[in-house]
Structure formats: structure tokens, C-alpha cells
Design a protein around this ligand. Structure first.
Ligand SMILES: Nc1nc2c(ncn2[C@@H]2O[C@H](COP(=O)(O)OP(=O)(O)OP(=O)(O)O)[C@@H](O)[C@H]2O)c(=O)[nH]1
Ligand SMILES: [Mg+2]
Length: 395
């Protein structure tokens, strides 16, 4: 399961977001550093395609894909040299596959903390870069020494090169995820090796800008959408800009500019989403709809995380269960079968595949098969996002 860490300054709303995403009840408070230890919980990824398929199959059970979320202690300027909770954030971040940077843009004079999201982003990036530099320096020294004394002859030039390249980027203040040159098309070996360095900024990022309630009302459907490099950027920007006439520039747009395309940026009013998350599914949909928030931020955040991690979803459906399975984009049918169970991959014979929309149109598996809409695919088939699959196997 993918693992995403929430990173941000104190009082940016990380724990509130964590609770909303995972249905947890971790402590939220106005004082800084409320969270001191990392907590981890699973967020179910809302998916309307799965709901529709489950409805069609009258499934007794519906299983959404999940993603693991870690709520990490806040960090402040100087954290890498001991300010605030110091390096407590490091352990939490090392483990995750991707970073969700939470930036406060809501104003509340009673709650201390930075409320300029661009300033916050710059502080966070500086701390992450310093932490990476420190860790890389130690690793480089160790490697150079080993190379010199020939104690360890399995260190290659490539490895030193990868380290030095990363070092020079970080020294110029650039988080690795911002560097296009860092990742044009490194060899598989270089890529694998870089992962072993466990650098914090060598992970994909996306930003959640925690906006004010008033801004949602004014920018209904605008500010809240717009996955930076993704599908709805146009509408997101347009909505935000027109809605904010006479106001300072849209904080989401400002963060998007500051991040320069290195990750998706989503505006979320975390306090509202947290409230909505307490409601039943029906009431929640009603509340979000009433506020012009559509499906809400949780689904959007999950999608941003998925696209960032290069994950797609396939489905299985039947009267017993409908289920969403997450897989690495580009996987073959047997690899996807292996996501369900290793036996299915080992004994894979072929699979019946149909797009989720086509299946819904047909009305049932049976009807789709009779109408000849089902494809019978072999081991080379590359599974597409939204495919519904039935696997034939024999072990
Ligand atoms: N007005 C407003 N307040 C919010 C919003 N999100 C969070 N808060 C408040 O901000 C304070 C801090 O929220 P938390 O979720 O505890 O923030 P955190 O980032 O986890 O803070 P630390 O654990 O201290 O790093 C609480 O009083 C929340 O109620 C929001 O969208 N609007
Ligand atoms: Mg917290």
C-alpha cells in the first residue's frame, strides 16, 4: 500500500486533514506542536466508478482502495538545527513514498502560525534541503573513505556520481523533486541507487493549501479544484481568479506558481472537510454539494496522490464483492493478477477485460459478454485505468 506523509508548519491543519482523510480522532489544538509522534492510519480512496459497479452487481461488500497516511510532527524554521521539535519530523518522513505538504492560508488571529502559504513552503523546503544535505554529506564521506581504502570494492563510479549530482543540486537550495535535470532518464541502476540514499526531497510532492471558508463561498468550484499539472487546471484557475476580484491573489494560484509545476496543488478548506467527514455518506454529499464543493477534497487529494505515485485502478465486481485495486501504471495483466493474489499471477492463463463504463452500459457481465464487448487478453496485455477484470488461472 502507498504511504503518504503530511508535512507542514505547526497549526497548518495537518492533523485536521489526517482526521478527515482517515476517520481518525487524533488531537487537534490551537497551540503549536500538538502532534509530537507520528500517527498512521488508512484513508479509503473514494471512487464513483467503484460505487457504480457495486450498484450494478448489487455487491454485498464494497472495498475501496486504501492509502496509508502519516500525520507527522510540525517543523519550523531552524528545525534541522534543533528549533521546535528539532529533527523529530525526519523519522516520519523517511518512511513515506510521497509528501503531502500542508500550507496554511486560512486567517485566524487566535491561532498562531504562518498564514502565508508561499512563505511556509519556502521555510519547509529549506529545512528539508538542509536535512538532505546533512544526511548526504555523511553518506558521501563514508563512501569516499571506503573507496579510497578499497575496503568496499562494490562502490561504483556511478554511485559516487549520483551522490555528487544530488549534492550539488541540494547545495544550491533545490529540493530534488524540483529538478528537471535530476531525473531526465537516469539508468535503472542510478534510479535504484538514489532511492537507497533515502533523501527526503527525492520523493514526489503535492500541496494542500488550507484555505478560508469565505474563499470557498466566493470561488465555488474554482479554488478547490485544479490539480496543477493535471486535468482540471483550467477550470480551477479561471474559477479562482474571477471569484477573487478585488482580493489579494488566490493563494492556490500563488502556491502553484511557487512550486513551478513540480507537483499538484489543491485548495482545501480543511475545517469544512473535517466537519463533513463526521457525517453519513448521504449527508456529507449533500453538504459538499450545497457548498459547491462537488465530491469534496478527499477524493481530489486521493487522485492527486495516485497520479503522483503513478498508480492506476482496476476493478473486480460480483454479487459478493466489488473492489478497487491499485496498481503501478503500465503493469501487465499477470502483474495485476498478482496484486489480488500471488497464485493468480503464478497460474495466470488469460483474463476477461472490459472498461468500467462499457460494462455499466451493458448492465451486467453476462450481457456484456453476450454482446461481445468483453476482450479476452493474454499475458502481454497492459491493464488500463478503469478496467474491470476477471482472471482465469490454474495452479
Ligand atoms: N479557521 C480554520 N481553522 C483551522 C482550519 N484547519 C485547522 N484549523 C485550526 O487550526 C488549529 C491547528 O490545527 P491542527 O490540525 O491541530 O494543525 P497541525 O498542523 O496538526 O498542528 P501541529 O500538530 O501543532 O503541527 C486548530 O485549532 C484547528 O481547529 C481551517 O481550515 N480553518
Ligand atoms: Mg497535528
Amino acid at each position: 500500500m502507498e504511504h503518504i506523509g503530511l508535512v507542514g508548519l505547526p497549526n497548518s491543519g495537518k492533523t485536521s486533514l489526517f482526521n478527515a482523510l482517515t476517520g481518525s480522532n487524533a488531537q487537534v489544538a490551537m497551540h503549536p506542536f500538538t502532534t509530537t509522534e507520528t500517527s498512521i492510519a488508512i484513508a479509503h480512496v473514494p471512487d464513483h466508478r467503484l460505487d457504480a459497479l457495486a450498484g450494478m452487481s448489487r455487491s454485498r461488500k464494497v472495498v475501496h482502495a486504501g492509502v496509508e497516511i502519516a500525520d507527522i510532527a510540525g517543523l519550523v524554521k531552524g528545525a534541522s538545527s534543533g528549533e521546535g521539535l528539532g529533527n523529530r519530523f525526519l523519522a516520519g518522513i523517511r518512511e513515506v513514498d510521497a509528501l503531502c505538504i500542508v500550507l496554511r492560508a486560512f486567517n485566524d488571529s487566535e491561532i498562531p502560525g504562518e498564514s502565508d502559504p508561499v512563505e511556509a513552503l519556502s521555510i519547509l523546503e529549506t529545512e528539508l534541503v538542509i536535512a538532505d544535505l546533512t544526511s548526504l554529506e555523511t553518506q558521501l564521506q563514508r563512501r569516499r573513505k571506503a573507496l579510497k581504502s578499497k575496503r568496499q570494492d562494490n562502490i561504483t563510479e556511478m554511485e559516487i556520481e549520483v551522490m555528487e549530482e544530488a549534492y550539488s543540486l541540494l547545495s544550491s537550495g533545490t529540493p530534488l523533486y524540483r529538478s528537471a535535470t535530476h531525473d531526465p532518464d537516469p539508468s535503472a541502476a542510478a534510479r535504484a541507487y538514489r532511492k537507497e540514499l533515502f533523501l527526503l526531497t527525492d520523493k514526489p510532492v503535492f500541496c494542500v493549501v488550507n484555505i478560508d471558508e469565505v474563499d470557498i463561498g466566493q470561488a465555488a468550484g474554482g479554488v478547490v479544484t485544479g490539480l496543477g499539472s493535471g486535468t482540471s487546471e483550467g477550470t480551477g484557475k479561471a474559477g479562482g481568479d474571477t471569484a477573487r476580484q478585488g482580493k489579494p491573489e488566490d493563494p492556490v494560484a500563488r502556491v502553484r506558481d511557487a512550486l513551478g509545476g513540480s507537483g499538484d496543488v489543491i485548495g482545501v478548506c480543511v475545517s469544512l472537510e473535517a466537519e463533513a467527514a463526521q457525517l453519513s455518506v448521504g449527508e456529507r454529499a449533500e453538504m459538499l454539494e450545497g457548498l459547491g464543493l462537488g465530491e469534496g477534497a478527499l477524493a481530489m487529494a486521493a487522485r492527486a496522490a495516485y497520479s503522483m505515485l503513478n498508480r492506476w485502478t482496476f476493478f473486480t465486481t460480483g454479487d459478493k464483492e466489488s473492489r478497487a485495486w491499485s496498481f503501478r501504471a503500465g503493469s501487465t495483466a499477470p502483474e495485476c493478477a498478482g496484486v489480488i493474489h500471488s497464485d493468480l499471477q503464478r497460474g495466470f492463463i488469460r483474463a476477461e477485460v472490459i472498461g468500467w463504463e462499457e460494462l455499466l452500459e451493458a448492465g451486467s457481465w453476462q450481457a456484456a459478454r453476450q454482446a461481445g464487448h468483453m476482450s479476452l487478453v493474454g499475458k502481454d496485455y497492459q491493464v488500463q485505468d478503469g478496467d474491470v477484470i476477471e482472471i482465469r488461472f490454474n495452479v
